[in-house]
Write a protein that binds this ligand. Structure first.
Ligand code: SIN
Length: 280
């Protein structure tokens, strides 16, 4: 197995490995996991694997989980189907870390392309450790200790009838995470706000708020500034899909954005999301 870095900051292409073999071989799996911690997202081509092998490989990282809105494969629980053929379905084209609306968001994901357009439908990943490391010192100080709310309601719930949206919000109440989290395995600091983040929960202090007006506009300006960091190309890698290409990412320290530029061509992806820890 060889790893070829794709940018200076994030991403490597792995060659000489088949994920079906890795699903059965602990040593091989450990090598891949070490590379994942190093590169944050790994790309593999020509992975002709069964759904059972996809699930078995991802399960080596930990237990898989389904999604409350996106459906899973009926015979392979934990394999979420992201099948898009409609211009209106566009949840993935914003910078986000998967399911940060959970108390314990996924530690990572294994995504395989089933069908994709000839051109378009790329995915971008962002190194959010680099995004944190390059923040101006005064911003780092300002956000140290800040916490923010994350919600599923205002994204997946927005198109639902009110009663259904409220039910979704009751089943998955807003959660609070630190704005700067620490990677549980590497100890690195990560900027942890994305498209599921709605607002800071502890911004209204005398240091931050001179007049009431500082509170909502001031906090939103800061949140928007932090959210904008994911769109800086220096922190990114962009991947062109082909059928049987696979991406494995560390969901704790990255964000991603699936470019929705391919309608009316279909794009079919299958994602195994692996349970994670409570961010600290
Ligand atoms: C996701 O947002 O988890 C899916 C990304 C993709 O479809 O490329």
């Amino acid at each position: 197995m060889k790893a070829f870095p794709m940018t200076r900051n994030i991403g490597a292409e792995l060659t000489g490995v088949h994920l079906g073999d890795a699903s059965r071989d602990e040593g091989l799996f450990r090598e891949i996991k070490a590379l994942l911690l190093q590169y944050k997202v790994l790309f593999l081509r020509d992975q002709v694997i069964t759904r059972a092998e996809h699930v078995a490989f991802a399960s080596r990282f930990g237990e898989l989980e389904d999604h409350p809105v996106a459906g899973s494969h009926p015979d392979h629980p934990g394999l979420v189907l992201i099948y898009r053929s409609d211009k209106k379905e566009n949840y993935e084209n914003n910078y986000h870390t998967d399911a940060s609306w959970r108390e314990k968001p996924p530690m990572g994901c294994v995504l395989r392309c089933i069908e994709c357009p000839e051109v378009g439908g790329d995915t971008i990943w962002v190194n959010m450790e680099a995004a944190y490391a390059h923040l101006p010192e005064e911003i780092k100080q300002k956000i140290s200790g800040l916490r923010a709310k994350h919600s599923i309601e205002h994204s997946f719930g927005a198109v639902m009838p009110i009663e259904e949206r409220i039910k979704l919000a009751q089943a998955y109440p807003m959660v609070e995470h630190p704005v700067v989290r620490t990677h549980p395995e590497t100890g690195n600091k990560i900027l942890y706000v994305g498209s599921f983040t709605t607002h800071f929960s502890n911004y209204h202090t005398p240091e931050n708020v001179r007049f009431g007006l500082d509170k909502t506009p001031g906090a939103s300006l800061l949140l928007n500034y932090l959210l904008s960091q994911a769109s800086i190309p220096e922190y990114q890698v962009r991947f062109r899909w082909r059928p049987n290409s696979v991406a494995i990412w560390d969901n704790r320290c990255t964000q991603h954005y699936a470019v929705h530029d391919y309608f009316p061509e279909p794009r079919k992806m299958e994602r195994a999301g692996i349970r994670g820890d409570k961010p600290f």
